[in-house]
Design a protein around this ligand. Structure first.
Ligand code: GLC
Ligand code: CA
Length: 556
């Protein structure tokens, strides 16, 4: 086993048990967050310079997308060296400095680990290509003979998430499996060497001081025995909706259990969050059983529309299934793989209003929440990027499915692109000129901005004992609304003092009058008191404080 330098900086509040159960974690898409050296590409030093923004926002931790050595066929999700930093993003000293500075500011650091596949430039895959079929080097990946007399047909009918067959043929006639791009060959997790290698990679980063991992494609590492056909086409449309022979196989859980043991052997509650597209909430909850990973992104929540019934159903189902295994739920609205939610919720003024209300709804729900960079600025999907800039490999499946539009660099300051993204004129994707109104600088000065709303909500979430981990109780509200009450954890001093908060959201298209469940603390839009009620316009949410010890609705 490799010897690693131990350079651990203490994690913040290392004594807070279960810190992750209600943590708010900010996703940094490193390439597009902040550029320190003017090449137009975000980097680790850029993240470090902008830590004050994140501390002021009030999040608990950052998740950094892959910054490891990579040919960037899938923007870093094709890793060539898991223990080094790609020169585009900096070097290991930058990573150390970032971890240290983040900890100094009370922010934890979660890094990505990509165990389902490596880059085709990874030393192992290069070795595998050079080796004879059937040898040990090929056994780290999934090489098979093709079908048909001359083996010219792929070994089975599996399709790549990025389009086309999931198999590519090499010159000696064998095929290798890649559930994503051909530059991302799938590893063979039946091979003990693969397990040992990843345990060592995890240790490398844990020894450097990281507080946890986001596990990429955590549902994909184990494939059904014998690699049977899926039996139907357009498999990608069924992702996260049905069990496929290459996703959400029961065998993945043994890996997660062994990783949990490894994490627990370190101090400071290091965590792992699963990127797992499971067919339903019940299956998703298996990833967060007590001896498995800590969190799993709730993509069922992410994918429902702006609809009160659907939202309520997915909230109930998520809380029920996570509760069965004693885990918190991990809410998420956007990430670097999906259209930004302001756009999904209707775009324009409507999308923005709903984005504001969605933030208050998500942050009032019990459990943990992830914020995707730029969500706090109300950024929408950039739908009109010039063709020559589009680079996402997922476009091979369908040009419309490209993910470039949610990865546009952040606007920080000034009146013209690239809005302080870096010291130079460049940004790897062009930033729309109208984002001048959305810069961090401009929004900081405006108490009604999306940024001010997120800051206020996160501050209240930290201060109010009824928010964060715990349970939820639905209250009756008019049609189109969701109203619920949050109570401080039973047995706590705050509970004894009757600490309670209600959240009301109007997802309907008509103005609603809801009983004034206490004193309004924060609203996403213009609300108005009216006797014993609050008038809540469509697409608006409000938090009310009910900390007076009485029944909700009776207190003012
Ligand atoms: C995950 C990542 C995505 C990447 C894919 C392949 O879904 O979030 O960006 O393309 O895995 O690694
Ligand atoms: Ca740079």
């Amino acid at each position: 086993m490799t010897q690693h330098t131990i350079d651990v900086t203490p994690a913040p509040q290392a004594t807070v048990a279960g810190w992750w159960r209600d943590a708010v974690i900010y996703q940094v898409y490193v390439r597009s967050f902040a550029d320190s050296n003017g090449d137009g590409i975000g980097d680790l030093a850029g993240v470090r310079e902008r830590l004050p923004h994140l501390a002021e926002l009030g999040v608990d931790a950052l998740w950094l997308t892959p910054f490891y050595t990579s040919p960037m066929a899938d923007f870093g999700y094709d890793v060539a060296d898991y223990r080094d930093v790609d020169p585009i993003f900096g070097d290991l000293d930058d990573a150390r400095a970032l971890i240290r500075d983040a900890h100094d500011r009370g922010l934890r650091i979660i890094v990505d680990v990509v165990p389902n596949h490596t880059s085709d430039r990874h030393a192992w895959f290069q070795e595998a290509l050079a080796a004879e079929p059937g040898g040990a080097a090929r056994a780290r990946y999934i090489f098979r003979e093709g079908r048909g007399e001359d083996g010219s047909r792929p070994p089975n009918d599996w399709e790549s998430v990025f389009g086309g067959p999931a198999w590519t043929r090499v010159p000696d006639g064998q095929w290798y499996l890649h559930l994503f791009a051909p530059e991302q060959p799938d590893l063979n997790w039946e091979n003990p060497e693969v397990h040992a290698e990843f345990e060592d990679v995890l240790r490398f980063w844990l020894d450097l001081g990281v507080d946890g991992f986001r596990v990429d494609v955590a549902h994909g590492m184990v494939k059904a025995a014998g690699l049977p056909d899926a039996g139907f086409g357009d498999q990608v449309t069924m992702l996260g909706r049905t069990v496929l022979p290459y996703f959400d196989q029961d065998g993945v859980h043994a890996i997660h259990r062994s990783w949990r043991r490894l994490l627990d052997s370190y101090g400071g509650e290091r965590i792992a969050v699963a990127e797992a597209w499971a067919p339903n909430a019940e299956r998703l909850s298996l990833y967060v059983r007590p001896d498995e990973l800590h969190q799993a992104f709730n993509f069922h929540y992410l994918t429902v529309g702006w609809d009160p019934r659907e939202k309520r159903d997915v909230i109930d189902e998520s809380l029920r299934t996570a509760g069965q295994v004693g885990a918190p739920t991990t809410w998420v609205l956007s990430n670097h793989d999906v259209k930004r939610h302001v756009t999904r919720y209707g775009g324009g003024e409507v999308g923005l209003r709903r984005g504001r209300a969605a933030a208050l709804l998500m942050l009032a729900l019990p459990g943990s929440a992830y914020i995707y960079q730029g969500e706090e600025l109300g950024l929408s999907e950039v739908l009109d990027l010039p063709e020559e800039f589009l680079q996402d490999p997922q476009r091979a499946r369908d040009p419309e499915s490209g993910r470039d539009g949610c990865r546009v660099p952040l606007p920080w300051s000034g009146d013209a692109p690239p809005f302080g993204f870096g010291p130079g004129e460049a940004s790897w994707l062009p930033i729309p000129p109208h984002w001048a109104d959305l810069t961090v600088e401009r929004q900081s000065a405006d108490p009604d901005s999306m940024l001010s709303l997120y800051r206020a909500a996160l501050r209240l979430r930290r201060e109010h004992p009824a928010l964060g981990d715990g349970t939820l109780r639905w209250l009756v509200g008019p049609p189109g609304t969701l109203v619920f009450s949050r109570e401080a954890a039973p047995g706590s001093g705050a509970a004894a003092a009757g600490a309670r908060l209600t959240c009301a959201v109007n997802l309907g298209d008509r103005t609603a009058r809801i009983p004034a469940y206490g004193r309004p603390l924060l609203a996403s839009g213009p609300i108005r008191p009216d006797g014993d009620c609050i008038v809540l316009p469509p697409d608006t949410a409000v938090w009310c404080d009910v900390t007076t010890g009485g029944e909700p609705g009776k207190d003012r």
